[in-house]
Design a binder for this molecule. Structure first.
Ligand code: AMP
Ligand code: GLY
Length: 428
């Protein structure tokens, strides 16, 4: 089968890398891909947010039998609906189901209606009302732009002055564009043993009937060591998550995963694809911080290398709503991914810096994110440039290997966190 993968980051490289191992997959295309993906797939230069253009391209390539949509924007724009409407087979939720990520107010209302544990909240589309509410409330308070904002539309405000400034930024200055037409004002969740709470990313496969969690992983959203600095798309990940016991996994299945699948069906928005639950551990149990309608980046880069089952087989089972019939197996051990970013990221950074890569250990996987070829040479082309991914018997072992291999990679301005795989006592 020939397969098209939509997207161009490290997550997509991990998906293409996993699909390349499948005997079911012959040729792959990737729209738009990057320099690493280009070694496994033919890269296609079409804007994947232009759903009609993607539909036309797929129509014009009858050899493409299956399309995997990885990023949030094309899902929110209805690319799955467009392709299915033209008779193509697709992995990824339709537009109605993708609302669970594309609108935070939709997700919050869904959780309230169906009793899924999450932080208390109010939604406002009026700045003055939001301001009056915040003035009468407790601190810290969390402000979230309603729409998609590259993971950056969340502000944790310690004081009233910060909250006032935040509301102005989101609702009046439109720092996150139309995503800020509505704002969710949320209770700040306290952690159980640490403050703020321990967080875990639980990505799941679901066909709308069955839901199967992948290995739980931990992301590092802040740019600098010790969770300091600005929020980013994610600076590194590890799996397994040390506090995610079987008991917690069972609680999450009963109180969050199954009720979410049920809720989406009851709302007439059956969810088929990867449902990502960002969860926090609180004194009242596990609560949902956010839903995403897709694989996480860089969670995927540590989860898929541990998958023993054929990913293409899982994708097809989801499309055909027979996920219950397959057995999904994982490797034992741990996996760590450290992101190498351009100097300045997540703010302004330069592109086009030549990348030097020495001889990496054979079992280290180098996922490309923002890379391109310029006159044949490998250069940077984005904020997150590479993900260095290593496995080991423990997080500590995998972490050591990942950092040893980073020493063999260089580009001007290269920055990375040196503490991936330490938090929650994982790597010590
Ligand atoms: P989100 O994009 O919704 O995942 O939010 C980004 C980050 O902000 C999360 O990973 C949390 O660390 C933090 N956060 C979001 N909502 C809350 C909350 N209600 N209480 C405490 N921290 C939060
Ligand atoms: N790593 C966070 C996300 O993919 O949203």
């Amino acid at each position: 089968m020939n397969v098209l993968v939509i997207g161009n980051g490290g997550r997509e490289h991990a998906i293409v890398h996993a699909l390349a191992k499948s005997p079911l997959v012959d040729k792959m295309y990737c729209m738009k891909g990057n320099a690493g993906i280009a070694e496994l797939a033919e890269c296609v230069d079409v804007d994947y947010c232009d759903v009609k253009a993607v539909g036309d391209w797929v129509d014009a390539h009858p050899d493409v039998e299956y399309t995997v949509i990885a990023p949030d924007d094309p899902l929110a724009l209805g690319l799955a609906d467009e392709l299915e409407g033209r008779g193509h087979r697709v992995f990824g939720p339709n537009k109605a189901a993708a609302q669970i990520e594309a609108s935070k107010s939709f997700a919050k209302q869904l959780m309230k209606k169906y009793g899924i544990p999450t932080a208390a909240y109010e939604v406002f589309d009026d700045y003055d009302k939001a301001l009056a509410y915040v003035r009468g409330g407790k601190f810290p308070v969390v402000l979230k732009a309603d729409g998609l904002a590259l993971g950056k539309g969340v502000l944790i405000c310690e004081t009233l002055a910060e909250a006032e400034q935040g509301l102005r930024q989101i609702m009046l200055d439109k720092a996150f564009g139309a995503a800020g037409n509505k704002v969710v004002v949320e209770e700040f969740l306290q952690g159980k043993e640490f403050t703020p709470g321990e967080e875990v990313s639980v990505l799941t496969f679901t066909d709308g009937k069955t839901i199967v969690p992948m290995l739980a992983s931990c992301d590092h959203k802040r740019a600098l060591d010790g969770d300091k600095g600005l929020n980013t798309g994610g600076m590194g990940t590890f799996t397994p998550c040390p506090f995610y016991s079987q008991e917690i996994a069972d609680e999450v299945m009963q109180n969050i995963l199954l009720p979410t699948v049920h809720a989406m069906n009851a709302e007439g928005r059956p969810f088929k694809g990867v449902l990502y639950c960002g969860l926090m551990r609180t004194p009242e149990g596990m609560k949902v911080v956010e839903y995403n309608a897709r694989f996480g980046d860089p969670e995927t880069q540590v989860v898929l290398p541990m998958l023993k089952t054929d990913l293409m087989e899982i994708f097809q089972a989801i499309t055909d709503e027979r996920l219950a019939d397959i057995n999904i197996e994982w490797e034992q051990g741990a996996c760590v991914c450290v992101v190498l970013a351009s100097g300045g990221y997540p703010q302004k950074y330069e592109k086009g810096k030549p990348i030097e890569i020495g001889a990496l250990d054979e079992d280290v996987i180098l996922y490309h994110a923002g890379t391109a070829r310029k006159d044949g040479a490998l250069v940077t082309s984005g904020g997150r440039v590479l993900g260095v991914c290593a496995k080991g018997a423990t997080v500590a072992e995998a972490r050591k290997k990942a950092y040893a291999n980073i020493q063999k990679i260089k580009f001007e301005g290269m920055q990375y966190r040196s503490d991936i795989g330490i938090k929650y006592n994982a790597g010590v």
